[in-house]
Design a protein around this ligand. Structure first.
Ligand SMILES: Cc1cc2nc3c(=O)[nH]c(=O)nc-3n(C[C@H](O)[C@H](O)[C@H](O)COP(=O)(O)OP(=O)(O)OC[C@H]3O[C@@H](n4cnc5c(N)ncnc54)[C@H](O)[C@@H]3O)c2cc1C
Length: 456
């Protein structure tokens, strides 16, 4: 019997990280794998449900990066390879009132907000001439230290405040529900790599973009059944391979039992905590007090997604071909981004030809959790109508609250993660969005990494 067969494993949390870990464990030959999930459903921060005649409309994540192969690879292994689709060619914009224009197409050639092609950047009316000139000087500047690990400080020093606020922070802040002035540079590996390998962000970005353009294939992918279909397919595979998934089991503590671990009365050789850091902190209070104290410092931000269907007849021609827009912080109230779902996804076609919009509210430093549903809806529709100069009335509404879904990676986040890893007792590991990347590919990659360590 291979040594791996002796390592029964309990996974705490049935989000995508925990499910991917269970899948990899079983594939690696560990036959006894049990996933314990506190909620009455699996998926954690991923949920997909029918909306206004469309069978699968995501309530949270609606896609994952395809150029990082982990999530696409997992989708292929669970039989969804043929089901993956990519967004349409509709383009995103930035909402910023300047002159007579409010919606500005995101200039071509941006890499996470960093201009790598100065021609479309110079032509954009989103930025003042002064800001463009400031950014154009970036290749001439000396190297900027990354010692503070502040994304905002680094980007502002390289590109100037205006480019930072209207492009870099608008793009990255919306992905992480973050204020990039209070966010780790290393948490965005692509930018951190540029900052460390190249004196100039623009010149380094240009080289990186050329290399990325050379690699073919879509940037984003999602199953036709939504991101929830990935969760379900992974869970089905786990069950068919002999793994067990129990919902409605909130793990409160784990304790030593000889040379094994006891979790909720179940014994295992290894425990993977794939729950958020805050939950891991309380579960580990007795078994790993040092790690628990560190985990207890984790911070999160909340986002609420308001999904609405609006009359297609009242949807103006001028918005066709757009996938949505971002609202930069200097002009932000509570809406941070709007996705024109029916234009972004060809398969989100409603039977009555209405348009599905997904409106995001809230972020780090701008909580919306205290607002009731009526206020949330009125705010969302009111702000979008103001932004677009429309008078839209929703035909259908769905409000999904994600009050703690976005871990905030503060400067020196990686040192915090390393300290937790070092403080954990043998046989325990923490994995998932709280630690080594919040995107689905990063979560799947983290699960693979941890299983790789367990099974050597
Ligand atoms: C609105 C929104 C939009 C997003 N958009 C994208 C996107 O487009 N692309 C992308 O790649 N990513 C996106 N993300 C991020 C991504 O969805 C998440 O980071 C990822 O799903 C987190 O997975 P996880 O398994 O690490 O954590 P979670 O999903 O938080 O799973 C942890 C699980 O642990 C369970 N748990 C907690 N405590 C206990 C306990 N004591 N006992 C047992 N179980 C417990 C929880 O109930 C939960 O199910 C988005 C997230 C949100 C909220």
């Amino acid at each position: 019997m291979p040594a791996a067969d002796l390592q029964s494993t309990i996974v705490i949390g049935a989000g995508i990280t925990g499910l991917a870990a269970a899948h990899h464990l079983l594939a690696a030959g560990i036959s006894e794998v049990t996933v314990l999930e506190s909620a009455d459903r699996i998926g954690g921060n991923i949920a997909t449900s029918p909306f206004h005649g469309v069978s699968a409309v995501d309530e949270g994540a609606d896609a994952f990066l395809a150029r990082i192969p982990t999530a696409v690879g997992l989708a292929g292994r669970v039989g969804l390879g043929e089901d993956l689709v990519s967004p349409t060619s509709a383009r995103a914009a930035v909402w910023y009132p300047r002159g007579s224009q409010t919606l500005h197409p995101i200039p071509d050639g941006l890499l996470l907000g960093v201009p790598t092609d100065l021609r479309p950047f110079a032509a954009s009316r989103l930025l003042s001439a002064r800001a463009k000139a400031r950014a154009a000087l970036e290749p001439l500047l000396g190297r900027t230290s990354t010692a503070t690990d502040s994304l905002g400080a680094y980007s502002r020093a390289r590109l100037g405040d205006e480019v930072h606020e209207r492009l870099v922070d608008a793009l990255i802040g919306s992905i992480y529900a973050a204020d990039t002035d209070a966010m780790s540079l290393r948490a965005v590996p692509q930018l951190a790599a540029l900052a460390n390998s190249s004196r100039s962000l623009i010149l380094g970005g240009r080289r990186a973009r050329r290399a990325a353009t050379a690699s073919t294939g879509p940037i984003f992918a999602t199953p036709l059944g939504g991101v929830g279909a990935l969760v379900d397919a992974v869970a089905n595979d786990v069950r068919s391979a002999g793994g067990q998934i129990h919902t409605g089991v909130a793990v409160e503590t784990i304790e030593r039992s000889g040379d094994r671990w006891s979790v909720d009365g179940r014994l295992a050789d290894r425990v993977l905590l794939a729950c958020p850091a805050g939950a891991a902190a309380s579960i580990l209070a007795a078994a790993g007090p040092e790690a628990s104290a560190l985990l207890g410092r984790a911070e999160t931000a909340g986002v609420t997604i308001v999904t609405v269907a609006v009359d297609g007849m009242r949807w103006p021609e001028r918005l066709h071909g757009r996938s949505g827009y971002l609202v930069p912080k200097p002009v932000q109230r509570l809406v941070t981004a709007v996705s024109f779902g029916s234009q972004k996804w060809a398969h989100w076609n409603t039977p009555d030809a209405s348009q599905i919009l997904r409106i995001s509210l809230g972020r780090d430093g701008a909580s919306v959790e205290h607002l009731d549903d009526d206020t949330i809806l009125n705010t969302a529709i009111g702000e979008v109508n103001d932004h677009l100069g429309l008078d839209l009335e929703p035909l259908a509404v769905r409000i999904t609250r994600w009050p703690t879904a976005f871990p905030q990676y503060r400067p020196h986040h990686h040192e915090w993660v390393a300290a937790i890893d070092a403080a954990l007792p043998a046989g325990l590991a923490v994995i998932g969005a709280s630690y080594r990347g919040i995107g689905i590919p990063a979560c799947v990659g983290d699960a693979q990494r941890a299983v790789g360590i367990l099974t050597v």
